[in-house]
Design a binder for this molecule. Structure first.
Ligand code: NAD
Ligand code: ZN
Length: 238
């Protein structure tokens, strides 16, 4: 039996943490939007070809996310993170539900849907201040793009993320399918450096981990984290 203290924890969340707040995972939508494959909407090539169509997709998602509230899973993470400065949250999600649950310093490796930027002069805009249906840069008159990382683009903050991975003794993955790289191999890096791994998912993704909990994040996380917090440590078999 090994007991690890509640610090030096790397938490990775994916679309599954927001599913119970009504924001569909890609698979939950059948991978489609208005008969387009999401992989064909969320790409730089699709945006260059038809920016109005891509903005229609994003404005729909922005409106949905603005009306959504964090669920018990988001609040449980907030409670755990409040214990130590050395518990870090990295999300693949572009929604702002972790922030709405009160967490600051969320690392959004795939960007943040509540902002847009100008590809030419790089000026950033809050989506509350851009014009529909096709937002333009006030500075240089270029078409703005959503501040999200598209298929084929490199995630942001990777240097910081790899640095945090090397310092982690526990790696926790919540609601992520393991299909999107490089996030899908973060647990392998942590493991190779000696960290213990914990996975929480609605389905068995087949990923090997030290602890695995099958079910909804909104039900599992409050119980699991309260247990860890009351003991003051996480227990692993080896
Ligand atoms: P994914 O859609 O590929 O997988 C989601 C995973 O969550 C699945 O393995 C599923 O079994 C699990 N899941 C579903 N409901 C759950 C629940 N209630 N509790 C626990 N697990 C649950 O999502 P992904 O792995 O995050 O990667 C896909 C990409 O899509 C990411 O890059 C992300 O940026 C993007 N995306 C983001 C959002 C968002 O911001 N909320 C939503 C959809 C997709
Ligand atoms: Zn500009």
């Amino acid at each position: 039996m090994i007991k690890l203290p509640l610090k030096n924890i790397f938490i990775l969340t994916g679309a599954g943490i927001s599913a119970e707040s009504g924001i569909a995972t890609f698979r939950g939508t059948g991978g489609l939007w208005n008969n387009y494959r999401i992989e064909d909407v969320a790409t730089p090539a699709a945006f260059n070809k038809n920016p109005s169509l891509i903005w229609e997709f994003y404005f729909e998602r922005i409106d949905k996310i603005r009306k959504s509230k964090p669920n018990d899973g988001h609040y449980a993470i907030k409670k755990l993170i409040s214990l130590s400065k050395n518990i870090h949250l990295i999300t693949q999600n572009v929604d702002d539900l972790h922030e709405k649950a009160g967490i600051k310093n969320v690392i959004h490796m795939h960007g943040d849907i509540m902002t847009a930027f100008c590809p030419k002069c790089k000026k950033k805009y809050s989506v509350t201040r851009i014009k529909r249906p096709l937002p333009m840069c006030k500075q240089c008159d270029s078409i703005l793009r959503p501040n999200v990382v598209w298929f084929g683009e490199k995630p942001i903050y990777l240097e910081k993320i790899y640095n945090l991975l090397t310092k982690s003794s526990v790696f926790i993955s919540i609601g992520t399918s393991g299909n999107v790289y490089p996030a899908a191999e973060f647990h392998l890096i942590a493991k190779s450096l000696g960290a213990r791994t914990v996975f929480i998912n609605l389905e068995d993704t087949g990923i090997q981990s030290d602890l695995f909990f099958l079910g909804k994040a909104g039900i599992i996380l409050p119980q699991l984290f309260d247990k860890w917090i009351s003991k003051g440590y996480i227990e692993f078999n080896k």
